[in-house]
Structure formats: structure tokens, C-alpha cells
Design a protein around this ligand. Structure first.
Ligand code: ZN
Length: 506
């Protein structure tokens, strides 16, 4: 009898065990911690990004109205928000700012007690004063608290510079698959879904990572232009393979002079047993990118600034957008370069708008002078004193700030000869028609529209009859061979054009 009962018990246990193994049951009440430090750091820009330059969210502000958080909530997951710090691209981050964010996050992680997973909302191109790789410092500090068995998932901008050591600390990652970016929310949602999948199935995923020795500006990595489109088209297919969870390609951020700068690929294996398969897929992808390195080209006309102005004036198109690519604010450059304004004035261009030049001091002088005032100002060249210089102008103040200091409504519009000039009160670019609307400007009413970008962002791309990228000097110079790199690993293409390379993930 005892023997029979015991066999029956064992059978019941076995049935339960097999059943659970085949169809994993959802466990209610997962606890997921979330945090993020998002910054694209341009190391050539002589400006130290401080804590004040970041938008810092804490508590429920971190999760409010975010698609990924709404999804987790609907799944019955407890999300524990800590801190997210986000800033537009600029110079490297001060040690003090980074450490204050990191330490607050770590303290919150410690206070949270045991958790099942972590979701990190990152950019990937963070570079911090005195830290060779702050992202590695960050993940290793987190691992010290939560251990190696908690699933850590992170989402990224595809312009991140990613190292093997950083990937060693992550279980799951997903990078944007569009540039210009239109899938930020989608990527964060995909990342938390993968995190949840790992928890449901008791996976401890691993990442196969390869740094590809290719350094390109984002303008040569536009995802709906070949050959880049074909690379990105392969990602869902790889992610759908048995035992693999996701695949990413980083175009990288070439204006951060660090060893890890450049392109990379990652394939996430659901568990250690699939890591070799993930490595094979990552190698194949990396090799196909490497083979196409000479075909990674701009998708837009390029010209010197003088030629760009002349081409625009002679164009049959109603409006021509010119990007001041060397002073691209969206790549962390100064945004206060005056070269393009100087050339527009020298060409005696009429019917042009330049949006804009970053100079908060000039904005305040215009505020004091008032609408309609004739002002004489020396603008720009304050941060970028390397490739630019302050420019003395005289003009009329057309409109003054109408909103709060953090919006385009706080910018000044003035007329300088026949050029409409926007003076930016904050370090941010006009990337969308709504930014023009905020200061009462219809860009399509002008023959020439100049913005401090590299590629046109999607909102402007959608309306621009024609775009020319002016290859101007600055901290985001598109001609990388002209930058003075000291830390970027060598050899790397195109700085060492004759190098040979074959992918090897380990
Ligand atoms: Zn980006």
C-alpha cells in the first residue's frame, strides 16, 4: 500500500512537472524595476553636460502614458519606477551628474527588495567625464545589487556605441529599427514584451554581440535606404528563429571618440543553449554589413555651403531645405555656428529662414529691446569657437518668446537683411513643422530653409520638396577623416580604408 501510494505520488509530481515544462504558467505578481539614463554624448563638443541639462522623471512620472508601462500594467505586472534622466545630444556628461543619477537609481534598486526583472530605457551613446565606459559601470553596479539571475532588458537608440562588457551585463536588448526614428515607443514595448516572455518561460537570455569596425555618420545609415534597409529587414526574421528572441543593428555615434564607437550587431538567445546559434546569426549579419561598407552612402545631395545656397537659389523647387550638418544639434554639436548665416548674408539671399542659432544671451537682449526694436548683436561662436566665430549683425526683432523657456515658443524671430533668423533659447533643433509653427513661421513660404541637422527628421522630410546637406565644419563634421580621433579603436573603416576583417563573435 505504501509502495503503491508512493508510485502514485511520484506520477502526479511527474505529470505536474512535465505539464509545467510544456506550457509555462504565467505567474502573477512579477515585480519589474525600471530606470534610464538617455544621452548621446558628442566628445568633440567643448561643453560638459550637467544634471540641469537633463529632464529628470521620478516615480509615476516615469511610467505615465508610456505604452510599455500601460502594457505591463494590463498584464498585471508591478512596475517600480525609479528615475529616468533624458537630455538632447550635447557634450559628454559630467561625472557629478552621472554619479548622482546612478547613485539615486542604485539606492532605489536596493530599497525595492527582490525583483523578477529590470527594464532600462537607454540611448546607448552615453559618455561620462573620467569614465572609460560609464554604461559598463552602470550595469555592473546594478548587477552587484540584483545578482546575475535577474533578467535585465534594455532598449536603445540605434546610434548607441556598444561594448562587449556592457552586453555581458544584459540579458535582452532591442534597438530602434528606424532612422530617422519613428519607432521609439514600439522598441520599448518590444523590449518589455521580451522581458515578460523570458520571465514566463524561466529563460535567462544571453546576448551575442559583435563590434563591426565601421565608423559612419547616421546620415549613411538611413534605414529605408539600401543597403541598410536590407540589413534591417533581416532582423525580424532572425528574431523569429527558434531559440532566438531579438536582433539589433547599431549604426553607432561617430562623434564620440571612444574605443567602442562604431557599428555593432546583437542577437539575443533565449537561453545559453541557443547562444552558438545567436553567434552564428550575428556573425553572418556582421559580415554582410562589412561586405557592403563601401555602399554605405548619403541618401541626399551634398554640397559645400556656398554651392548649396547657389543650388537652392537656382532650384525649380518651391522650397529647398539646407542642413548645416557640421553644426548638427541633433548629433550634439554646438548649434551656435554662424558660418551659414554669414554666407547667406554674403550671397545677399532673400526669402530665406535660418532656424536657428543657439544663443540664449542674444535672446535675452532681444527680449529687453522689445518687438520692432532695431538691435545690434554679436551672436554665436560662443560654444563653437573652434570652427566658428561670433558674428556681428544688426536687425529687427519680429517676435518674442510667448511660452515657457523649455519650448520653441521661447525663441526669438528677427530679420537680418532679407534673412529671417530664429535665435534659439535652448540647445534644441527645429526638426518638425510644429517647431516652426510655435514661432509663427511657415517654412514652405520660403525658398530656402536652413536647419542645424544632418539628415532631415521625418516631419521635415515629409514636407520638403528638396533637401541638400551642406558639408559644413563643426563638431559633427560628416567627413570623419577630418576629425581628430585619439581613442577610437584602429583599424577602423573608413579611417583605415585598406583594412581587412571577418566577424568573430568571441
Ligand atoms: Zn538616434
Amino acid at each position: 500500500m505504501w509502495f503503491k501510494l508512493n508510485i502514485k505520488s511520484i506520477l502526479i509530481v511527474l505529470v505536474l512537472f512535465i505539464g509545467l515544462g510544456c506550457t509555462p504558467e504565467k505567474k502573477a505578481g512579477y515585480r519589474i524595476l525600471t530606470a534610464g539614463i538617455r544621452h548621446e554624448s558628442n566628445s568633440f563638443m567643448p561643453y560638459l553636460t550637467a544634471a540641469d541639462d537633463f529632464t529628470i522623471l521620478r516615480g509615476t512620472d516615469v511610467t505615465k502614458d508610456r505604452a510599455w508601462a500601460i502594457f505591463l500594467e494590463e498584464e498585471g505586472i508591478e512596475v517600480i519606477p525609479t528615475l529616468t534622466a533624458t537630455s538632447g545630444p550635447s557634450g559628454i556628461v559630467s561625472k557629478e551628474a552621472y554619479e548622482s543619477f546612478r547613485d539615486e537609481i542604485l539606492q532605489a534598486f536596493q530599497d525595492a527588495g527582490p525583483v523578477d526583472g529590470i527594464f532600462l530605457d537607454m540611448h546607448g551613446a552615453l559618455h561620462v567625464e573620467d569614465y572609460p565606459d560609464a554604461q559598463v559601470d552602470f550595469i555592473q553596479a546594478i548587477r552587484k545589487i540584483v545578482g546575475k539571475d535577474v533578467v535585465v532588458a534594455a532598449s536603445f537608440d540605434l546610434h548607441g556605441n556598444i561594448s562587449q562588457e556592457f552586453m555581458d551585463g544584459l540579458n535582452i536588448l532591442s534597438a530602434y529599427r528606424t532612422a530617422p526614428h519613428v519607432d521609439g515607443d514600439e522598441t520599448r514595448l518590444r523590449t518589455v514584451k521580451l522581458l515578460l516572455e523570458a520571465l514566463h518561460h524561466n529563460y535567462l537570455p544571453q546576448v551575442a554581440h559583435i563590434n563591426i569596425p565601421i565608423l559612419i555618420p547616421g546620415e549613411k545609415g538611413i534605414t529605408n535606404v539600401e543597403p541598410v534597409k536590407s540589413f534591417y529587414d533581416r532582423l525580424p526574421e532572425i528574431a523569429g528563429m527558434e531559440g532566438l528572441m531579438d536582433a539589433s543593428i547599431f549604426v553607432g555615434m561617430p562623434w564620440t571618440d571612444v574605443a567602442r564607437a562604431g557599428m555593432s550587431v546583437q542577437v539575443v538567445a533565449a537561453d545559453a543553449q541557443y547562444l552558438l546559434k545567436a553567434q552564428d546569426q550575428a556573425e553572418a549579419l556582421a559580415n554582410s554589413i562589412w561586405e557592403q561598407r563601401n555602399n554605405l552612402q548619403f541618401d541626399v545631395e551634398t554640397a559645400s555651403i556656398d554651392d548649396a545656397i547657389q543650388m537652392a537659389q537656382e532650384s525649380q523647387d518651391s522650397t529647398v531645405f539646407i542642413t548645416d550638418s557640421g553644426d548638427n544639434i541633433t548629433a550634439g554639436a554646438a548649434g551656435d555656428g554662424t558660418l551659414v548665416l554669414e554666407r547667406l548674408l554674403a550671397h545677399q539671399v532673400s526669402d530665406a529662414v535660418l532656424a536657428g542659432i543657439y544663443d540664449p544671451e542674444a535672446v535675452e537682449l532681444c527680449v529687453k529691446a522689445g518687438i520692432g526694436a532695431e538691435v545690434e548683436l554679436t551672436i554665436g561662436g560662443k560654444i563653437d569657437y573652434v570652427f566658428s566665430r561670433p558674428l556681428s549683425i544688426s536687425g529687427t526683432v519680429l517676435s518674442l518668446p510667448k511660452g515657457d523657456a523649455n519650448s520653441e515658443k521661447y525663441d526669438v524671430v528677427m530679420q537680418v537683411d532679407d534673412v529671417i533668423l530664429v535665435l534659439l533659447s535652448a540647445h534644441r533643433a527645429f526638426t518638425d513643422p510644429v517647431h516652426f509653427q510655435a514661432v509663427g513661421i511657415d517654412p514652405l513660404a520660403f525658398k530656402i530653409v536652413v536647419v542645424k541637422e544632418g539628415y532631415l527628421f521625418q516631419g521635415l522630410r515629409d514636407i520638403a520638396p528638396r533637401a541638400i546637406m551642406a558639408l559644413t565644419p563643426g563638431f559633427a563634421n560628416q567627413t570623419l577623416e577630418k576629425m581628430e580621433y585619439l581613442q577610437v579603436r584602429r583599424p577602423i573603416f573608413p579611417l583605415d580604408p585598406d583594412m581587412t576583417w571577418t566577424a568573430s563573435s568571441q
